[in-house]
Design a protein around this ligand. Structure first.
Ligand code: C2E
Ligand code: MG
Ligand code: MG
Ligand code: MG
Length: 292
């Protein structure tokens, strides 16, 4: 297309590609040091019981506070971190940080759980289950406090190491959730082969393009039934309004997360949320007023 527009356009196109490549290389190099520079932070999004609104836990979502670019979303840097392998130390840091955080919140509500996203690259690392065990131990947590989110594609590779790792995680008492469920494949035999505990219905069927249509509803219903058949919990992602919440309850879905209940936000935000439910939690002290 660029060629048809004339040679000048070709140069521009090449120039753009070069710029994009350079930007990528720069990100790649910078990402290696982002951890040491304390530029990575976790945000937390509540996961709730759909009929009561009670939080059962949170999902940890990674953010990169880039000195020049501002907050970079994970979709822009996790793929790069996966290619370079930087995802392994970064993932280890995410686990440790998330475990420390949930241990603190469990002092207030000991039933709360922490969801952590795990990439295929991490799961293929034979040292991964040991990393998880260490992160739990360091925070004095039982395995049941932790839920690891993986995508279907990880299981479709049907890798022996992945299966071994999932079994080792299971032995620790850690639960496994299938993220973005419904977007991938229809051969569900792997649900029997792999130890999976939770299905997370992809946002596209909840508030995205397929939501509110018969197709979307049918898919939600199917996943809920699948959950019953395999004794799996079902969590809907991307709930953005009250109508969607009600619809999901009608369709038999028990848990969910989404902007309707709370956006991913820093730890203070979930502190404040806990404090409204558990009034004994010391609130952050209000700034003292002059003369008060
Ligand atoms: P995910 O695990 O499926 O996370 C849910 C994404 O949906 C998050 O995007 C969240 O901010 C967004 N979301 C939540 N509620 C709503 C809603 O009501 N409406 C809409 N439109 N979006 C909603 P985010 O934070 O940009 O993360 C994107 C993806 O990056 C995650 O998808 C996950 O796959 C990956 N990711 C995030 N943190 C980590 C991490 O620590 N490690 C790894 N390996 N991947 C991560
Ligand atoms: Mg997730
Ligand atoms: Mg998801
Ligand atoms: Mg997703």
């Amino acid at each position: 297309r660029a060629r048809a527009a004339g040679s000048g356009a070709v140069v521009t196109y090449d120039g753009q590609m070069r710029a994009a490549l350079l930007e990528r290389l720069e990100m790649q190099a910078h990402l290696q040091t982002a951890l040491d520079r304390h530029e990575l932070v976790l945000h937390y999004q509540p996961i709730v019981e759909l009929d009561t609104g009670r939080s059962t836990g949170v999902e940890a979502l990674l953010r990169w506070r880039h000195p020049d670019r501002g907050v970079v979303p994970p979709s822009d840097f996790i793929p790069i971190a996966e290619v370079t392998g930087a995802i392994v130390p970064i993932g280890r840091w995410v686990l440790q940080t998330a475990c420390r955080q949930i241990a603190r919140w469990r002092l207030v509500d000991p039933t709360l759980t922490m969801n952590v996203n795990v990439s295929a690259h991490q799961l293929r690392d034979p040292a991964f289950p040991e990393d998880v065990r260490r992160a739990l131990d360091a925070s004095g947590l039982p395995g049941a406090a932790l839920i690891l989110e993986i995508t279907e594609s990880v299981l479709l590779e049907d890798d022996e190491q992945t299966l071994d790792s999932l079994r080792a995680l299971k032995a620790l008492g850690v639960a496994v959730a299938l993220d973005d469920f419904g977007t991938g494949y229809s051969a569900l035999g792997y649900l029997r082969r792999f130890p999976v505990d939770i299905l997370k219905i992809d946002r596209s069927f909840v508030s995205g393009g397929d939501a509110g249509h018969d197709d979307g509803d049918q898919l939600v219903r199917t996943i809920v039934e699948l959950g019953r058949a395999y004794a799996l919990d079902v969590v809907a992602e991307g709930i953005e309004d009250e109508g969607q919440r009600q619809r999901l309850v009608e369709l038999g879905c028990s848990h969910g997360q989404g902007f309707h209940f709370g956006r991913p936000a820093d730890e203070e935000s979930f502190d404040a949320r806990l404090a409204t439910v558990h009034p004994l939690v010391p609130r952050p002290r209000a700034p003292r007023r002059r003369g008060a």
